[in-house]
Design a protein around this ligand. Structure first.
Ligand code: ZN
Length: 826
């Protein structure tokens, strides 16, 4: 009887599949009611695959990449059968509408909505909601698909999500414990929020340093959706947040974009009011920094929005919050499902208007600056070009000899000579507003209280001389030239040293056991001049390398690294190659602290730098194990930003100092400096705040937050003075634009080297409060102090922050390989 019933059920479901497109609900497929367990990433993908197999004419699944931990990244395209037949036509028509594809667009009648879930891995309700939203769009709300294409990214950050979900599944009680103190509500370091390299993917859209972002942008730019939603979670005591966003809004945001997100918010409010659910709008989550899942799409013409559900890594399957409410995963995912569907509903109701208004955004004939002109270091120009390519932004090369306009170096009107290698980026192109956002010298801030950094201007980040011109600069397309060199037998070869690319080349040589020297003084040989830091690879140092010239030639080819040949150790101007000023570079063994106490973002950025950029080995040591670490196995110890109070107890501090005295090098980044400032034996000191405010006790309650902004620096760009005769600054000029992320101020070192310091407090871009500024003059930015044979190296400013400040990266390579170079093997 039971078997018969079973067969009957299967027959029934097959019947309904054919005739009523009956598909499995997520609960039926997963084998548990949705929201009663966290689904692992592969289960989510399996569900969407099953749906796409059941309804191949309505759901198309596309793998657009893989994460660092080899999890697949998928998009599901969902629409009506007739739209799906014309999917490519709809996509192309949309691009024609923007001018990104040549040809005349038809009146667009289909709205394109992109829903991104779970960019923060431990904000885990949204991926569950993605499954339910997909199901509802194909069943009870399939009417919406008649004039919408919905692109669902069920999980933007699978590595982070599974890190969270696997931890939760192994930790949680059954049934779950709603007590906030239970271990299932306290994630261990580093938490599930970031991706594999511990980057916050919701700060990475513009820089696309991570494989997830870079892969996503390729598809995003092929589609250019009209609406993009990024689903998030906030603290367990917060209600739901949805659009409209908070001030400041970037000035490129159109009235239509402002207005339509308000309309969408009101539609959500209708559903939330009907259920009596709490929500808020407009008070947080501004639209300014371009690297978010709401701002990036907004600057690409879309209605870009962040939705935030109360929950987050603390919430688990259920938790008693401070308001006495048991917040459950079921509730969290239900809210996200409602806003997702409501968004598609608004797209469907306004599909035609969305198309026409979207097209208007791409008229960029009225932007103030017509062209940005950049010149300088060839490697930096090339890495900028690859950034522009990620965003499908066009660039050309200058034709003339001179341009004038806003000069980034002085912050005033000025002029610059140009040549055929000078890069020109025009704003009158479809992506013109994004060009403006990325390049403009000083982004206009309607309100200083923003959620994020207020400065990122690309010419500073890439260390390029630049002019912003209000008239269009003459330019033409140019072809990149292939570099092809064949090395001939010689006394030795010299490589320049002024970019990360040069450091990659050095790293490769060291890994292959080449002996490489660097010069601490400029010299000339064979009619060529070589700057400080230039690498020298001689035949006599490398007799142990098989086929020395051929092997070096191959490595140089792979790295497109130009080498200059020298024919004698006798230089035209000293030092000679055998001079003590030309030093053998040690094959450094580098360790880094990770784990509890370190900032996961700072650690992750350094980890990524060594593994994915420098390609040089790095040993990670957990702070828990620091007391029993044998430091003598390493030459360099990097301390990411963090709180090392309990790690550097008296005995660990003594061991660390002993190791430094015997030749070790500590590289301390940002917050790590607190471990040494003002401590016995260190010349590093906090700079005490001068002045102070006169009447803070009279500031009204309602104004305190704003008053506090006076003490803040929320990411601002300053011009530092650089001692480029110090090995830490080899490859740099006498000034360097730094991105200051906070107001911490350290005095200049009395005994030690002040490699870069602030000798003025002009803000070139971004926001810095009055009080914070008053304390910054004559403060340290980068420095070195010696202790015995070793060194402490200080990075007050974190040059690897989000890995986008391209021009700061060489400082770290210099610190590792050049500073206080001890050429000894371990
Ligand atoms: Zn989030």
């Amino acid at each position: 009887m039971r078997n018969l019933f079973f067969i009957f059920c299967i027959a029934l479901s097959a019947y309904s599949n054919v005739f009523s497109q009956n598909i499995q609900t997520p609960s039926e497929f997963l084998g548990y009611d949705i929201g009663t367990q966290f689904s692992r990433h592969h289960q989510v993908i399996d569900y969407i695959k099953a749906i796409s197999e059941a309804l191949p004419n309505q759901v198309k699944l596309e793998q657009y990449g893989s994460t660092y931990e080899r999890r697949p990244l998928y998009l599901a395209y969902v629409s009506s059968e007739s739209n799906m037949k014309n999917l490519e036509t709809i996509r192309e028509n949309n691009l024609k509408n923007t001018g990104l594809l040549e040809g005349t667009a038809n009146d667009g009648e289909v709205a394109i909505v992109w829903l991104s879930y779970n960019v923060h891995g431990n904000e885990a309700s949204s991926t569950e909601a993605a499954m339910l939203t997909l199901y509802k769009l194909l069943t009870e709300r399939k009417d919406l698909l008649e004039n919408t294409v919905v692109i669902i990214d069920p999980c933007v950050n699978p590595d982070g999500r599974d890190r969270y979900v696997n931890w939760y599944n192994e930790t949680a009680s059954q049934p779950y414990d709603i007590d906030q103190q239970a271990s299932e509500h306290s994630e261990p370091w580093p938490g599930g929020r970031p991706n594999h390299y511990l980057f916050d993917l919701n700060r990475d859209w513009a820089w696309a340093t991570q494989v997830e972002s870079a892969s996503r942008l390729k598809v995003y730019n092929k589609w250019m959706p009209h609406i993009h939603v990024d689903f998030h979670e906030q603290g367990i005591n917060e209600p739901y947040y949805f659009a409209p966003a908070a001030e400041p809004f970037h000035e490129v945001i159109s009235d239509w974009q402002r207005d339509f997100q308000t309309q969408i918010g009101k539609n959500h409010a209708k559903y939330f009011d009907a259920e009596g659910w709490l929500f808020f709008t407009r008070e947080r989550f501004d639209l300014f920094y371009p690297s978010y899942g709401d701002t990036y799409p907004t600057y690409m013409g879309a209605i870009g929005m962040t939705y935030e559900q109360g929950g987050h890594g603390m919430a688990g399957l259920g938790i008693l919050n401070d308001e006495g409410h048991v917040l459950t995963l079921v509730e969290r995912l239900t809210h996200h499902t409602v806003t997702g569907i409501s968004t598609v509903e608004m797209a469907s109701k306004n599909a035609k208007t969305l198309n026409t208004e979207f097209a208007k955004f791409f008229d960029n004939s009225n932007l103030k600056y017509k062209s940005y002109v950049l010149k300088g270091n060839e490697d930096h120009l090339n890495s900028l070009k690859s950034l522009l390519n990620k965003h499908d932004i066009d660039f050309e090369n200058a034709n003339g000899t001179k341009v004038s306009g806003y000069d980034y170096k002085t912050g005033k009107q000025g002029s610059m000579t140009v040549d055929a290698n000078t890069l020109v980026v025009h704003t009158n192109q479809p992506k013109g507003k994004m060009v403006k956002v990325l390049f403009e010298p000083n982004a206009k801030l309607s309100d200083s209280l923003t959620y994020d950094i207020t400065a990122w201007s690309v010419p500073y980040a890439y260390g390029l001389d630049a002019i912003a011109s209000t008239s269009k600069v003459s330019s033409s397309k140019s072809q990149d030239q292939e570099r092809n060199q064949i090395l001939k037998k010689a006394y030795g070869y010299v490589s320049k040293w002024n970019s990360l690319k040069d450091a990659q080349f050095l790293g490769e040589l060291l890994k292959k056991d080449f002996k490489v020297r660097f010069t601490e003084k400029p010299f000339s040989s064979n009619g060529s001049n070589f700057e400080r830091g230039s690498l020298i690879i001689t035949h006599s140092d490398n007799k142990h390398i098989d086929n020395f010239v051929g092997t070096l030639n191959n490595i140089a080819q792979e790295h497109s690294q130009p080498l200059t040949q020298i024919n004698s150790g006798f230089s035209q101007s000293t030092p000679d190659i055998g001079s003590p000023d030309i030093k053998l570079i040690n094959k450094q063994k580098v360790a880094i602290l990770s784990g509890e106490g370190t900032s996961s973002l700072s650690y992750g950025a350094i980890w990524h730098f060594f593994e994915q950029q420098l390609h040089y080995p790095l040993t990670s040591i957990n702070t828990d194990d620091f007391g029993r670490t044998n430091l003598s196995k390493f030459n360099v110890l990097i301390m990411p930003s963090g709180y090392y109070g309990s790690v550097l107890n008296e005995s660990n501090m003594k061991n660390l100092k002993d190791w430094v005295r015997s030749g070790g090098k500590v590289i301390a980044i940002d917050g790590a400096l607190r471990s040494f400032a003002g401590k016995d034996g260190f010349s590093l000191k906090y700079k005490a705040s001068e002045g102070g405010n006169d009447n803070d006790n009279l500031t009204p309650y309602a104004d305190r937050e704003r008053e506090y902004a006076n003490y803040l620096i929320t990411g601002a760009i300053f011009k530092t003075k650089v001692d480029h005769t110090h090995p830490m600054a080899f490859g740099y000029k006498d000034h360097y634009f730094t991105l200051k992320l906070g107001s911490s101020a350290y005095s200049l070192l009395d005994s030690g080297y002040n490699v870069a310091h602030l000798d003025n407090t002009k803000v070139f871009s971004g926001f810095a409060g009055k009080q914070a500024l008053s304390n910054l003059n004559n403060t340290l930015v980068f420095g070195e102090e010696r202790m015995g044979s070793g060194s402490f190296i200080y990075f007050v400013d974190n040059t690897l922050f989000r890995s986008f400040w391209e021009n700061g990266k060489l400082f770290l390579a210099n610190a590792v390989f050049f500073v206080n170079n001890n050429a000894y093997e371990l």
